[in-house]
Write a protein that binds this ligand. Structure first.
Ligand SMILES: Nc1ncnc2c1ncn2[C@@H]1O[C@H](COP(=O)(O)OP(=O)(O)OP(=O)(O)O)[C@@H](O)[C@H]1O
Length: 481
């Protein structure tokens, strides 16, 4: 309890703190008075940071902050006072929430000098903003997310989903069949990505029927997999028009964005960083093939980065095209510029998981050099011809890349599948015995150790230079939104 807040507490209404969801809240803050508790909540502040309660909003006006004799509050954050990284940002009056009795619209009013953010956007002292279901509320900086605002009257998402997850309005990206939203598991408040797929068109559009089948297949395949370089799946909920895949949150964006980052000047990521990523992708593909799965759509857009930092853990995703490789694979699928010659030939002849090695070769070619090996833009021959001939152009970018690396890429891009290496052959090659590959291994192991700690938002910068704070921040994973 923050000193001075207790005596005045009775003067303003207490919030109802939802016990199901509450962690480490002191008794006084946790118990609402019975008069208020019987009133139906119109909205809820779902605490998603350790020590922050979930608060049912029943009254049209609600105030929170550290509180004091002069500034009484409904919720005083005393349960988070141990959380130095957060508590130092909280003002006596942090923000207020009001509901218009006529329009029923709900607004957040920022009263803090450090500021309150809604969906990562600073509101600013004295400013207000309307709140909508799923909005994220942070304190001071975007990464310090403390609440998900949830209205209680909306059936926006199916109960099967919302009883297990807080679904936020924060979009992580859009795909061909829907969007990906940030979410939190109710059980441990860990962060997840919720991929919403619209299956409505399945009755009308044959391509969408295929995609509906893909979703089931994608889920079945993902459920079989467990590897640090492959996005994990937690849940799959399918209700009416929508399918919701609850998957591992990977916060650093697409690998594609990294490869084309202007800071590399269209020159590629270079030998050292390239090998660091090559090791991870070869390891992921070696694992996939060892459990009998062929991805069939490996490309930089289907690889996610754990962080926005230069060195990060890569995660292979989008298993919509994946297939159990003991089954016959004949279908022409994937992305043309990454497709192996045996797929491009389209002769209905069976192909093998070596098609993934070809696609991986294309990904690594562009990773090392900054330009794709095969493209419609190379006008001297069609892309099909380029692929069928395995025609590779080594421009000046390759001058800074070793001959050994060039040979490895050429090996992966061998037209004849039988002569193309398997992932095991790649991994056991001397090329993989290097400091960058060892460093990748260490970083993967470290990220797995970090994942055992419930994932929570934490400050990105330690401006106080407080050692205890630094240790605490290191233990937590910061979702880079
Ligand atoms: N697990 C995740 N964690 C964080 N962000 C993600 C995650 N999965 C996807 N995203 C974000 O959402 C965007 C769209 O992802 P999605 O997989 O739906 O795209 P897509 O491959 O184009 O879609 P489709 O599966 O329909 O082909 C990605 O570019 C990425 O920015």
């Amino acid at each position: 309890m923050v000193r001075g807040t207790k005596r005045r507490r009775s003067q303003i209404e207490k919030p109802v703190v939802n016990r199901d969801d509450t962690i480490d809240v002191d008794e006084d803050a946790a118990v609402g008075d019975s008069q208020v508790a019987t009133t139906k909540a119109y909205a809820r502040l779902a605490g998603i940071r350790r020590g922050i309660a979930t608060i049912d909003l029943t009254d049209d006006n609600f105030v929170c902050g550290r509180g004091s004799d002069e500034s009484p509050v409904n919720y005083n954050f005393s349960s988070a006072s141990h959380d130095v990284g957060l508590y130092r940002f909280i003002s006596k009056i942090q923000f207020a929430i009001s509901r218009d009795s006529e329009t029923r619209r709900i607004h957040l009013h920022d009263h803090s000098r450090n500021g309150t953010l809604v969906n990562q956007e600073m509101i600013g002292k004295g400013q207000s903003r309307e709140l909508n279901n799923g909005d994220l509320i942070s304190i001071g900086i975007p990464a310090l997310i403390i609440f998900v605002f949830e209205t209680t009257d909306e059936g926006q998402y199916p109960e099967e989903l919302t009883k297990k997850y807080h679904v936020t309005s924060h979009s992580l990206g859009k795909g061909g069949f829907g969007k990906v939203l940030l979410g939190y598991k109710r059980s441990d408040r860990s962060v997840v990505a919720i991929k919403m797929l619209n299956t409505q068109f399945s009755t009308r559009c044959s391509r969408a029927i295929a995609k509906t089948r893909d979703i089931k297949n994608e889920v079945e395949v993902m459920k079989k997999l467990s590897h640090p370089n492959i996005v994990g799946i937690y849940d799959w909920i399918s209700v009416a028009k929508y399918s919701y895949m609850v998957i591992e949150y990977v916060g650093g964006g697409e690998f594609f964005t990294k490869v084309v980052d202007p800071k590399y000047n269209r020159m590629g990521l270079g030998e050292s960083l390239g090998k660091y990523f090559a090791f991870q992708l070869i390891d992921a593909v070696m694992y996939l093939h060892s459990v009998g799965i062929c991805h069939r759509d490996i490309k930089p857009e289907n690889i996610l980065c754990s962080e926005k930092t230069e060195r990060c853990v890569l995660k292979l995703t989008d298993f919509g095209m994946a297939k159990c490789s003991v089954m016959k694979m004949k279908t022409r699928c994937g992305t043309p510029s990454y497709n192996a010659p045996e797929i491009v030939a389209n002769e209905g002849i069976e192909y093998s998981p070596k098609v993934d090695i070809w696609s991986l070769g294309c990904v690594l070619f562009i990773t090392f050099s900054g330009y794709p090996p095969f493209s419609e833009e190379y006008t001297d021959m069609t892309m099909e011809e380029q692929v069928m001939k395995g025609r590779l152009l080594f421009h000046s970018q390759w001058r800074r890349i070793s001959v050994e690396t060039q040979n490895m890429i050429k090996w992966m891009l061998t037209v004849e599948p039988a002569k193309r290496p398997s992932a095991v052959e790649l991994m056991s090659n001397d090329w993989m015995k290097c400091a960058d590959c060892r460093s990748a291994r260490q970083d993967i192991d470290q990220s797995q150790r970090n994942q055992k700690v419930p994932i929570q938002a934490a400050p990105q910068k330690d401006t106080n230079n407080n050692d205890n704070d630094k240790v605490a921040a290191k233990k937590k994973r910061v979702p880079a939104l």
